[in-house]
Design a protein. Structure first.
Ligand code: NAP
Length: 296
């Protein structure tokens, strides 16, 4: 019987495990897919650290897993049986008195023809994973948020000929990233959307459409899609945890959900800011609330 089961092994889950473990609670952390943080090319807004997301995640893992057990397996189901939660993975069933969902998000798709067909053959959702295949080649990054601009800057740095395609005439990304983008003379195609992705064996061109105008074609070797995240909250939903209309888990100031003994932290929650530093804050608060729930 564990005191706390943390589902998810990104910054929110690892901070929750670190705090709960240091409170003297018996903690287990479940990891299935790698955290989004591992794909961020560089981080410069996490106080005291500058480097790649992967590097930061590895440091967090090393530190947190001194205080918690770690299972590398997908959680398939979480059920409540009286005061106990039954957590079923591919291989085993675990029991815990509390659960912290830190399940993060998954990239959103554009949903245009050619996108699915060319995944791994020119279409990618991860610049750090696939960027090096496109050194010296022409690529576009689709999106106007922090991820899109971070990816575009990274791709330029490693030698890609990169253009950003954004559906509006203003970026959503923070100013510091916009300045870095413009400093590198990375061109932007404003007010345009991808209509389809074309090629024979691999991506050869994209058809774009100006929001108020005609279609036009751009010859490219790669399409990096960075149009936001979808929260991964199906497991929580099945357990009866309340979510908002976008699927984010509703939490109060103490990261408590509507289900007793269930807490949530990080990008899967309906919190206003989705950053590594806020995910860590959520994780610490969730662990503290689990401690209070078990001891008060
Ligand atoms: P995001 O902030 O939601 O931005 C998504 C971008 O994609 C927006 O510019 C949006 O356009 C565009 N978009 C959405 N659907 C589209 C579609 N169908 N076609 C074309 N464009 C579309 O997502 P994100 O950049 O992945 O960031 C997610 C969260 O992680 C954010 O909270 C962000 O701050 C955080 N993050 C932080 C860092 C960092 O601090 N270093 C790095 C990465 C991510 P509109 O602008 O027109 O809506």
């Amino acid at each position: 019987m564990y005191d706390v089961a943390v589902i998810g092994c990104g910054p929110a889950g690892l901070t929750a495990a670190l705090y709960a473990g240091r409170y003297g609670l018996k903690v287990i952390v479940f990891e299935s897919l790698p955290s989004q943080l591992s794909t961020v090319p560089f981080i410069e807004n996490y106080p005291g650290f500058e480097g790649s997301g992967y590097e930061l995640l590895e440091k967090m893992k090393e530190q947190a897993l001194k205080f918690a057990e770690h299972v590398f397996d997908s959680v398939l189901d979480v059920k409540k049986d009286g005061d106990v939660f039954l957590i079923k993975t591919n291989g085993e069933e675990f029991k815990a008195k509390t659960v912290i969902f830190a399940t993060g998000g998954k990239h959103r798709e554009l949903g245009v023809p050619g996108e699915k067909e060319f995944i791994g053959r020119g279409v990618s959702y991860c610049a750090t994973c696939d960027g090096h295949f496109f050194r010296g080649k022409k690529v576009i990054v689709v999106g106007g948020g922090n991820t899109a601009l971070t990816d575009a800057i990274y791709l330029k740095e490693i030698g890609c000929d990169v253009t950003v395609v954004h559906r509006r005439d203003k970026f959503r990304a923070e100013k510091a990233l916009q300045e870095e983008l413009f400093k590198r003379n990375i061109p932007v195609i404003w007010n345009s959307v991808v209509v389809r992705i074309e090629g024979e064996q691999k991506v050869e061109r994209v058809v774009l459409k100006r929001v108020d105008g005609d279609e036009f074609t751009l010859d490219v070797d790669g399409v990096f899609i960075a149009v936001g995240m979808r929260p991964q909250t199906d497991l929580a939903g099945k357990l009866g945890v309340e979510r908002d209309h976008m699927g984010y888990i509703k939490v109060d100031k103490k990261q408590r959900t509507n289900v007793e003994g269930v807490f949530a932290a990080g990008d899967c929650c309906d919190n206003p800011l989705k950053q590594v530093v806020t995910a860590c804050g959520d994780g610490a608060i969730a662990a503290n609330s689990a401690f209070e729930y078990l001891n008060l």
